[in-house]
Design a binder for this molecule. Structure first.
Ligand SMILES: [Zn+2]
Length: 285
C-alpha cells in the first residue's frame, strides 16, 4: 500500500489532518547537525537565507548549505535559516574533528620547491594575495548558477587519492595542508568545468602551476591546478562539462594528475561532498 495514502487513511480515522500527526519538537530538543571539518551540512526545505554565526548567504534552490572549513575549530556553533515564508529558525551545528592524514614526499624531485629562492617566495606571496579575495568569504555573492551534485572535473573521473586536507612534508619540511583532492589522470586528459560559471583567474602560478579558478555563484569557487594548458581566460563564461584545460604536471608536483579543490563561502572543503547526492549530506534534524 502507498504509505502516503495510508497516513491519510489513519489520520481521517483519528479525525486529524494528515500533517498534524507528529508532535512538534519541544524547546528542550533543539535541532542539531553534526558535521566534520571539511564537510558540508544542510537544512532542506523552503529556505531563503542561511547563517553560521556572523556569516550569512542565500539558500541554493530552497536548501541551506553549511560548508565547514577543514581548519574550523571543533565545537558548537549557531546556525539559522530564514524560510521563504519569513520564519527564522535556529539550530545547533556541532563541528567534529577530522584528523589530517600525513602525506610525505621524502625525496621531492623539483628542488626549487624545497629550497625556495627569495624571488619565488616573493612571487608565491604575490599570487597568494591575488587569490585570497577570490576564494574568501564575501558578504554579497552572485546568484547560484549550479545545483548539487556538481559535475565531475574529468570524464571518466578515477577514484581520488584520498589526500584532501593532508598534512604534508616535503623532504622532511612541514608545509601547508593540502587544499583539494588529487585525481590520477594522465597528461593531456580533458579537464571540465564542474558547473556553469565565470572564470575569475586563469594563470601560471608558482605552486599551483597552470591554474583555473571558476566562480559558480553563491560563493562557490572551483580550482583546477597543475594543468598542462588552459583554454579559458578571466571573465569568460563557461558551461558545466565544458573543457577548460588539459591535465599536466606544472607547479609543485611529482607527476601528472588533476588537483581539484572547492571553496564555498570561504571554507576549504572536500570537493567529494559536492559530487554525491546532497540527500546524503548530514542534515539538520
Ligand atoms: Zn593537490
Amino acid at each position: 500500500m502507498n504509505p502516503f495514502l495510508n497516513v491519510f487513511a489513519v489520520s481521517s480515522l483519528l479525525g486529524l489532518s494528515a500533517f498534524q500527526t507528529s508532535p512538534t519538537p519541544s524547546a528542550a530538543a533543539p535541532k542539531t547537525v553534526r558535521v566534520a571539518q571539511g564537510e558540508v551540512g544542510r537544512w532542506a526545505g523552503n529556505c531563503r537565507r542561511c547563517s553560521l554565526e556572523k556569516r550569512a548567504w542565500p539558500a541554493v534552490n530552497g536548501t541551506c548549505y553549511y560548508p565547514i572549513d577543514m581548519e574550523m575549530k571543533a565545537g558548537s556553533y549557531t546556525i539559522s535559516r530564514r524560510t521563504t515564508g519569513g520564519k527564522l529558525e535556529t539550530a545547533q551545528l556541532i563541528v567534529t574533528e577530522k584528523p589530517c592524514r600525513p602525506e610525505d614526499f621524502p625525496d621531492f624531485p623539483k628542488k626549487e620547491y624545497i629550497n625556495v629562492s627569495p624571488e619565488n617566495q616573493k612571487r608565491a606571496a604575490r599570487e597568494a594575495a591575488e587569490v585570497k579575495p577570490l576564494i574568501g568569504y564575501q558578504t554579497r555573492v552572485r546568484p547560484a548558477v549550479f545545483d548539487l551534485p556538481i559535475g565531475k572535473p574529468a570524464n571518466p573521473l578515477p577514484k581520488g587519492e584520498g589526500n584532501f586536507g593532508a598534512c604534508r612534508t616535503f623532504n622532511g619540511q612541514a608545509r601547508d595542508r593540502h587544499t583539494g583532492q588529487d585525481y590520477p589522470l594522465a597528461e593531456s586528459k580533458s579537464v571540465l568545468s564542474v558547473a556553469n560559471g565565470r572564470v575569475v583567474l586563469a594563470a601560471n602560478q608558482f605552486y599551483s602551476g597552470n591554474a583555473v579558478y571558476i566562480d559558480h555563484g553563491n560563493g562557490l569557487i572551483s580550482e583546477y591546478f597543475h594543468l598542462k594548458s588552459f583554454s579559458v581566460k578571466p571573465n569568460q563564461t563557461v558551461e558545466k562539462g565544458q573543457e577548460i584545460g588539459r591535465v599536466g604536471q606544472t607547479g609543485r608536483v611529482t607527476g601528472p594528475h588533476l588537483h581539484f579543490g572547492v571553496r564555498w563561502h570561504g571554507a576549504c572543503i572536500n570537493p567529494g561532498f559536492l559530487l554525491i547526492d546532497p540527500a546524503d549530506l548530514p542534515e539538520v534534524k
